[in-house]
Design a protein around this ligand. Structure first.
Ligand code: UDX
Length: 452
């Protein structure tokens, strides 16, 4: 009782994540931090991909009516799905704000859940947007909107894909954040809504200012200087003992396997929560890993291989070829894995969470980006921060995977990347300490919310 009174002293916050793993994780980490700093927390979520309330008994959960049948969720283009979520959930949020959520002092919503800003504003409540990717991605999206307005999208097969976009160094046209899975007119419609900050009181950003200082200056100067920005990344480090918000069960059996491997010897492989690969690509990746002669821990997410017929057989063969040198799981406790002393490299799709999690542990990356912001992230990893290298082709090829792993894990070039990655780890630790950017900006965020 005493405890409840104490944590509720600053009022109730409503947090609305976008229903995908790469968005749920940062939002629930932020929720844990804010709860520990005296706020009551309600999480409003869709019925599909809903977080597990049993893992977070300290929060209240409400389910918004997304009116989406499971088969529709699986079949819709992702931009259309997200636009539909925005349309369908609005009424049920309005109803909740008028009844059970009357005590909410501030709404924090994922940038994709744009309806929340409108609803909050109509109730006279302040709202803050949480951005779960880089500032550079946001600037890149403005360019995408401009190209769309000029009728220049889609960009496929035009001669300038390898050229740098003017004023966007180091991004080339092919690195622009364009979804590979969505209709261009629908995804730009969504981005338009995401860029509209007219009813927002501020932006919370899961990024670290020292990673992209000139991009911050540019964003403030050209896009938004009217409202405060709180760069509180890396969010996964701000509430270290928070419960997992994983939608899939993490397979902890890989940890005893890691304990048996020498320091910095293991290449960890994960392509995140959305990317899909073909059966052929899976086999090329498997052979590349086996031929590299390095120990590896590989995540093959259920449903991540298109046309999964015969996938069981491929995985069996893969494990047989690798023997004790390989560990294959469906979903890993990624943060623990990256922090393990045995892990010396990360073959990654370069989602923004994975990028920050890897940098925070000083693990260099072999990048295989697929869609959206991932190509741009890979470009920063390889060319700006120089803590990794990128597999440039469209498809994974076994000899390139093998060569990339050897370069990263055993050659001089990889050793230098690891040194630079370790330097990032130290700088990130400084950001998290008292007086560092992360702890300072978090304190400002709490003060800002309390001034509502
Ligand atoms: C998507 C986009 O791909 C990404 O670019 C965008 O920034 C966020 O949404 P996703 O594929 O989910 O991201 O990748 P990422 O951003 O890296 O997030 C994945 C999360 O799942 C990470 O927090 C990671 O730790 C976690 N994870 C991944 C696991 O816990 N276990 C795994 O086996 C794999």
């Amino acid at each position: 009782m005493e405890k409840t009174r104490e944590v509720a002293k600053h009022g109730r916050l409503l947090l609305v994540p976008c229903p995908y793993q790469g968005h749920i994780n940062p939002m629930l980490n932020l929720a844990t931090y804010l709860h520990r700093n005296g706020f009551s927390i309600t999480i409003a979520h869709t019925s599909f991909n809903s977080p597990n309330p049993n893992r977070h008994p300290e929060f209240t959960f409400i389910c918004l009516n997304d009116c989406l049948a499971d088969d529709l969720v699986a079949s819709l283009d992702i931009a259309i799905l997200l636009l539909t979520v925005n349309n369908n959930c609005k009424a049920s949020l309005e109803e909740a704000m008028a009844t059970v959520l009357r005590d909410v002092v501030c709404v924090i919503h994922d940038e994709i859940m744009t309806f929340c800003a409108e609803v909050a504003s109509s109730f006279g409540v302040r709202s803050l947007v949480l951005r779960t990717n880089s500032v550079s991605t946001c600037i890149g999206r403005s360019v995408v909107l401009q190209l769309h307005a000029e009728g220049r999208l889609p960009l496929l097969d035009q001669g300038f894909m390898e050229d740098e976009v003017p004023n966007l160094h180091p991004l080339r046209y092919k690195d622009l954040p364009i979804s590979a899975f969505s209709d261009i007119s629908q995804s730009t419609k969504l981005v338009h809504k995401m860029h509209d900050l007219t009813t927002s009181s501020g932006v919370i950003w899961n990024t670290i200012p020292f990673l992209e200082p000139s991009e911050f200056t540019k964003f403030k100067a050209n896009i938004c200087n009217q409202i405060p920005i709180f760069a509180i990344g890396p969010i996964h480090k701000i509430s270290p003992t928070s419960s997992s918000s994983s939608l899939l069960n993490e397979d902890y059996t890989c940890l005893p396997w890691l304990h048996k491997q020498p320091p910095n010897s293991v290449i960890y492989v994960s392509l995140g929560s959305v990317a899909l690969l073909t059966n052929h690509e899976l086999q090329e990746m498997a052979w590349g890993l086996v031929n590299s002669n390095q120990p590896f821990l590989c995540v093959v997410r259920p449903g991540s291989v298109r046309g999964s017929d015969g996938i069981g057989f491929v995985l069996e063969e893969f494990q047989k070829k690798a023997g004790d040198r390989g560990c294959i799981v469906e979903w890993a406790p990624q943060k623990e894995v990256l922090a393990h002393r045995a892990v010396g490299g990360f073959l990654s799709h370069c989602g923004w969470n994975s990028t920050l999690e890897s940098l925070s542990e000083g693990v260099p990356m072999l990048c295989k980006p697929y869609s959206g912001d991932q190509r741009g992230n890979a470009r920063y990893i390889s060319c700006v921060w120089r803590v990794g290298l990128t597999l440039e082709g469209h498809e994974l090829k076994r000899n390139e995977v093998e060569k990339g792993i050897r370069k990263l894990m055993v050659e001089e070039e990889g050793r230098k990347m690891r040194e630079r990655a370790m330097d990032f780890k130290r700088r990130i630790e400084d950001c998290l300490r008292e007086g560092g950017s992360c702890s300072r900006n978090l304190r400002e965020l709490v003060d800002f919310i309390m001034s509502s």
